[in-house]
Write a protein that binds this ligand. Sequence first.
Ligand code: ATP
Ligand code: MG
Ligand code: MG
Ligand code: MG
Length: 479
Amino acid sequence: MSTAEIRRRFTAHFAENTEIGEHTVVPSASLLLDDPNLLFVNAGMVPFKPYFLGQATPPYQRATSVQKCIRTPDIEEVGKTTRHGTFFEMCGNFSFGDYFKEGAITLAWELVTKSVADGGFGFDESVLYPSVLNGDEEAVALWKKISGLPDDRIVRLPPSENYWSMGVPGPGGPCSEILIDRGPEFGADRDWDAGDRYLEFWNLVFMQDNVVAARSKYDVDIDGPLAQTGIDTGLGLERVAYLMQGKSNMYETDVVFPVIEKAMELTGKKYGASYEDDVRFRVVADHVRSSLMLISDGVTPGNEGRGYVLRRLMRRAIRNMRLLGYEDPAMPELLPVSRDKMGETYTELLSGWDRIKRVADSEEEAFRKTLAAGTQIFDLAATEVKSSGSTTFTGAKAFQLHDTYGFPIDLTLEMAAEAGLEVDEAGFRGLMTEQRERAKADARAKKGQHADLSVYRGILDANGPTDWQAYTTLETESK
Ligand code: ATP
Ligand code: MG
Ligand code: MG
Ligand code: MG
């Protein structure tokens, strides 16, 4: 079943449900909603937050959406697990004081198990495992009643897996996930942490608690129930697509795989021949798509915040193409392939194409200059380190690459790892701090004189990679 058809079925299931109630179909919001805690929308509920927080009255009691999401904290997983993309689409249904646990479980189970001929996903019940929060016996009883599954098929998981809150005072509640057993080749029997074996593809959040203090997303103090309960669910469109298409991971679906095919054609390498290359192909396919979607929503590459996320994604895609043996500009070849697939849903990719292409091409050109200047220096330094019998790239070298050639530290870290070297990151950070102090002292000395903007430029450049870390930790809101 095509991704488009899965999307259509999900939406129809909720829009047309007459028993529990029709859901209003709400189009995806931009990835760039204003939210002080988030760089990017990272879940389907984000655009509905004001309703759940009681800050605004929803114009409907039930809604359904397919929301574009970016999760930068998942970047290191991309291509290595079968299930993590930096960009993905989350299908969701939402209840604002309307149906609660029983309705949410009924609606989800129906769609998942209804036969394909009858408009459902047709998953085989014998491989499905609902999970609940340890102690949520109400949910266990509902699952047994609605699905008819025996007790030992309902998995009890700790709060770290199945409690959700925003990490600040506000609504919170237990979650219930639907896991599918993909078989022993993906992990050990009943090892719930083997996320690629017991693949989570749908998460139902039962918002019921008034969270008054939060030490983390799941370690919270609760003061009674919420005045109004709510339902927030998220189903990974790509995860369902690869399950239904008989593929082993989310980079091989009808929407994402064409980029890998194009990359094979360009590099002359075969996907499926070596693990290292396969990871590279998958990183390329994922990052090309997320770059495309970010540029389309208005992000331009830069040295901080959202712009730095985009820059890092693009540079990783380009570098991985180089590691696969392709040295020519890659974006002009790969981006249109992703556009053609994603443009079927997001027509703004077609109408905004000229601008998207301009932004991507000029970033790649700039990066090619950086690489041309820095790579030789890097290789030379790496050879020096190795011939001296060491395995550590000094902080001073990393600093020089950054300061003189514009190599961000994460690029140095990645290249060093590929060369089998470690980097003295603490040394690097120390030098960065010294530079920052110097810049501050300079600025103080110049106070009252004419403004020298180059000082600020230096600080901005110096802060780029550090910001990435900060934003990574900021963006951990997930269920
Ligand atoms: P996982 O445990 O696999 O990392 P999660 O618990 O972080 O997933 P949720 O925050 O519950 O995910 O998001 C709801 C759904 O969105 C998940 O059940 C999954 O289907 C999908 N999803 C989450 N993260 C990603 C991702 N990085 N790429 C693709 N789909 C995702
Ligand atoms: Mg999870
Ligand atoms: Mg996750
Ligand atoms: Mg989850």
